[in-house]
Design a protein around this ligand. Structure first.
Ligand code: SAH
Length: 345
């Protein structure tokens, strides 16, 4: 086990069989070892600095019906909302004032948010804040739409593939969705020139070690600039309400594997991880993550963007709680870096 970890550190890759061995057999002692190696690699590229991204949840209306997601179309118990352009711009202003130089617009796949409206929104933000990075996380769009958003000034796009296994993908999504289209989107985004993020939920219903190996190999092929890894957390109004949460240890192991395979990637310690355990955010950083994404959405709607139960959005998960985040990072020897934090080759 130790020699596998050392080789992953040195060579940034392992065979599928070796990955399997690592995923199955990594005990607490070796988890501590791989977390430490991953942390050292992150440190060698980023020092003790953690990039921050201001997350604006622009709406929870969604045409999709993903079985895991709390804002899926079939959930009649969500109070739906949509931020208007002025509100989004004022969130950006607040974020800019707080020092954020990356904002992330995330939301459901909302029919009202036509490609034209997204272009208009991105252009307005770009015009008002020429120096910030604009990241979009708005789901699957056409090639032309991705191109138009990019031309309007978007720089980055987050779209997790969720699983690279066809049958597993189908078991998490309604028939109207396909792995093939997800992958088409991701290859489009890369080709257009976005810094592209993908990733998975750890412990999603039916996920096996074999699936995780496929995910790791896919990410190795895609070479995304950003990798989003968080535990699956159940939402009470979804078909997966009684599925167990993803495990902390497995999430930390995967974070470290990705850090060792993709030394310079931007890897967030996710809100889902911070929701799973009070010290989740810090443990993610100590396993090799180098980004956190505090919530910049208006406080009055945060609770409505509930992808899963008990989602953290206040305290150190909130943009207005930066000082608290600072303290928490300081306690583990890290500081906030307010620069754009682009991917650098
Ligand atoms: N609609 C957009 C963005 C919102 S969902 C999209 O699909 O990309 C953002 C991410 O949240 C998803 O990619 C998924 O991996 C994660 N997510 C959704 N439901 C979740 C749950 N129940 N537990 C943990 N993560 C979840």
């Amino acid at each position: 086990m130790r020699s596998l970890i050392e080789r992953l550190h040195r060579e940034h890759t392992l065979s599928p069989d070796e990955l399997r061995t690592l995923l199955v057999g990594c005990d607490a002692e070796h988890l501590a070892l791989i977390n430490q190696k991953a942390r050292e690699v992150a440190y060698s590229h980023f020092g003790n600095r953690i990039f921050i991204r201001g997350l604006i949840e622009i709406g929870n209306c969604c045409r999709n019906d993903c079985f895991y997601c709390g804002i899926r179309r079939s959930n009649r118990n969500v109070e739906r909302y949509r931020l208007d352009k002025e509100t989004i711009l004022s969130c950006c202003a607040q974020g800019y004032e707080l020092g954020f130089r990356t904002i992330v617009l995330q939301g459901g796949e909302d029919n009202y948010m036509t490609d034209e409206r997204v272009v208009d929104l991105v252009s307005s933000i770009r015009k008002a804040y020429p120096d910030i990075a604009i990241t979009l996380s708005l789901g699957e769009k056409s090639t032309e739409a991705y191109q138009a958003f990019y031309q309007a000034g978007a720089n980055r796009y987050l779209l997790r593939h969720e699983t690279h296994n066809e049958a597993h993908y189908q078991s998490l999504h309604p028939e109207s969705m396909s792995l093939q289209n997800r992958l088409r989107c991701l290859y489009d985004l890369k080709k257009i020139g976005y810094q592209t993020g993908t990733g998975i939920m750890v412990g999603s219903s039916g996920q096996t070690i074999e699936h995780l190996v496929e995910d790791i190999l896919f990410i190795e092929t895609l070479q995304p600039e950003m990798i989003g890894i968080g535990p699956f957390l159940p939402h009470h109004d979804t078909p997966f309400a009684s599925e167990p949460s993803g495990k902390m240890e497995q999430t930390l192991l995967l974070l470290s594997i990705f850090r060792l395979m993709h030394p310079k990637a931007l890897i967030p310690s996710t809100t889902a991880l911070a929701t799973l355990a009070p010290d989740g955010r810090e443990r993610g950083i100590l396993a090799g993550a180098n980004v956190v994404m505090p919530n910049l959405s208006p406080v009055w709607q945060r609770s409505k963007y509930a992808l899963y139960d008990n989602k953290a959005s206040m305290g150190a998960e909130a943009a207005e709680g930066l000082r608290l985040l600072e303290e928490k990072l300081d306690a583990i020897g890290y500081v906030i870096d307010k620069s754009r934090g682009d991917y650098e080759n």
